[in-house]
Design a protein around this ligand. Structure first.
Ligand SMILES: NC(=O)c1ccc[n+]([C@@H]2O[C@H](COP(=O)([O-])OP(=O)(O)OC[C@H]3O[C@@H](n4cnc5c(N)ncnc54)[C@H](O)[C@@H]3O)[C@@H](O)[C@H]2O)c1
Length: 445
């Protein structure tokens, strides 16, 4: 239970005891018996109830002991949809356009979950922390490194929790890869030497809106948007978001840092606005990050976001001298390859359930070499971990468990900040055409 709740609980008991003593007709026990809020219940507000806000809402509705008490969104369409939807599940909620009013009026909250556009992450999260609430804030933490830094500082000042929505950090498959396959079994060898990852997505048309829910110009400007078009397509504009590299790439660049176990030392890149019209961010982004390895050599990671082709979709690949791992948040990618030269047999890891064989068609090193130029295929295995919940649910569960039971957050603010700084420098490298070396200050709070 949060400090705020504990305080409210204490004040209420004091008041009831005083009322009983003053002969108001209720015994303390009777009065306390009327209490409707379960002490273990976590009351939350969702601020920014658009596409992702509703994805999170759907997971939250499945998590016992969490009540959605308020919905904050500047757009009537999102307000109505989300508020009505959660009501159907018995969550009575109040609706607000202005998050500041929500925070001022909702006195019974423990936490805020925000999925507003990136530029609003810092103001909303900081105001919620200052109101004494825990915060789950979607990625990317901010489109501005200074704003992201101020979120960490506000978190530190408040003593509350700030989880950033890089949900792969709570995904059982990713945790299995990180701790079992890389950490314990060291299937790739002593270290990761290379990585490549990508998010390729086919052409997307602009987001539109039902004419019934078109906001008046004055209303749009009040909230900082110059038109319905920029409001609905904020991702492409510098004021509001970081572009595809932050929108899609932040997820996987976060995994690069996580699995390499550090932040990078340098980045270089190439990219540009190669296809779309009237956008401000690069639609094509190709980056190479360099990491210091434990053996004093350099590990390199190639990362790309393409927005005009869905070729091979989105996945991460990590390579070492003894093997390769290829996987993704999507089940489509699930491969572990043992190098032909690897001496250690992997059957012992299969016996422990860490890896599995695919079945008859997975012939691996028994494949016939039909051409003398063709080297024998590396032995192929699978990661035998399937997710049984929506992908964001694990990360939300981690957040609520941290509030309730004090378990550590899987992506606390300082990690989200490192990822944010890593991504934003990647954009800078593309836009300046320079190889940029990271400094200590880039990652300092
Ligand atoms: N973790 C993930 O997998 C994932 C996936 C998609 C999006 N996201 C993140 O979620 C966030 C929202 O993305 P989306 O796709 O839902 O965008 P969206 O445009 O569909 O929704 C944004 C919502 O925020 C509202 N909003 C705008 N300004 C606001 C303000 N000042 N106060 C309150 N509400 C405001 C809008 O009215 C809209 O309802 C972004 O930060 C995005 O990066 C994360």
């Amino acid at each position: 239970m949060s400090d705020q709740l504990e305080k409210a609980e204490y004040n209420r008991r004091e008041f009831l005891a005083a009322s009983a003593a003053a002969g108001l007709g209720l015994s303390v026990a009777e009065a306390l018996g009327q209490e409707s809020k379960n002490k273990d219940e976590i009351n939350i507000a969702i601020i920014g109830a658009g596409t992702q806000g509703r994805v999170l809402m759907n997971s939250i509705l499945k998590i016992p002991g969490v009540r959605i008490k308020a919905v904050g969104d500047i757009w009537e369409y999102s307000q109505r949809y989300t508020s009505r939807y959660v009501k159907k599940f018995g969550h009575e909620n109040n609706v607000y356009a202005d998050y500041k009013e929500l925070l001022a009026k909702e006195k019974d909250l423990d936490a805020v979950v925000t999925a507003a556009p990136d530029w609003m992450h810092a103001p909303i999260s900081i105001a919620a922390l200052e109101a004494g609430l825990h915060v789950y804030c979607e990625k990317m933490m901010s489109n501005n490194a200074e704003a992201a830094r101020s979120m960490v500082k506000a978190r530190d000042k408040s003593g509350k929790l700030l989880q950033i929505g890089h949900q792969r950090r709570s995904n059982p498959r990713y945790l299995h890869v990180k701790h079992k396959l890389l950490g314990e079994a060291k299937l790739l060898g002593p270290q990761i030497n290379y990585a490549n990852a990508q998010w390729n997505r086919g052409i997307k048309t602009d987001n539109t809106w039902p004419s019934k829910y078109e906001m008046a110009q004055e209303e749009l400007e009040k909230w900082g948007y110059d038109s319905m078009h920029t409001f609905r397509n904020w991702r492409w504009f510098k004021k509001y978001g970081g572009g595809p590299i932050s929108d899609l790439g932040a997820h996987q660049i976060d995994v690069l840092n996580w699995f390499y176990g550090s932040t990078p030392k340098a980045v270089m890149g190439s990219g540009g606005i190669d296809f779309y019209e009237k956008v401000e961010h690069n639609d094509t982004n190709m980056l190479i990050y360099e990491y210091d390895l434990p053996n004093s050599k350099t590990g390199r990671a190639f990362y790309q976001v393409l927005t005009t082709t869905s070729s091979l979709g989105f996945l991460e690949r990590f390579m070492g001298t003894e093997g390769t791992l290829a996987f993704s948040e999507a089940p489509r990618w699930n491969e572990v390859y043992r190098e032909v030269s690897t001496e250690e047999e992997w059957t012992k890891w299969a016996e422990k359930g860490y890896i599995a064989k695919e079945g008859a068609k997975d012939t691996g090193d028994e494949e016939k070499v039909v051409d003398i130029r063709q080297s024998p295929a590396p032995e192929k295995w699978l990661i035998p971990v399937e997710n049984d919940k929506p992908i964001h649910m694990y990360h939300l569960e981690n957040f609520f468990a941290a509030i309730r039971d004090g378990v550590p957050l899987n992506c606390p603010a300082e990690i989200g900040f490192q990822t944010c700084a890593t991504v934003l420098k990647g954009t800078e490298a593309i836009n300046t055409g320079k190889r940029i070396e990271f400094t200590e200050d880039d990652f300092k709070i």
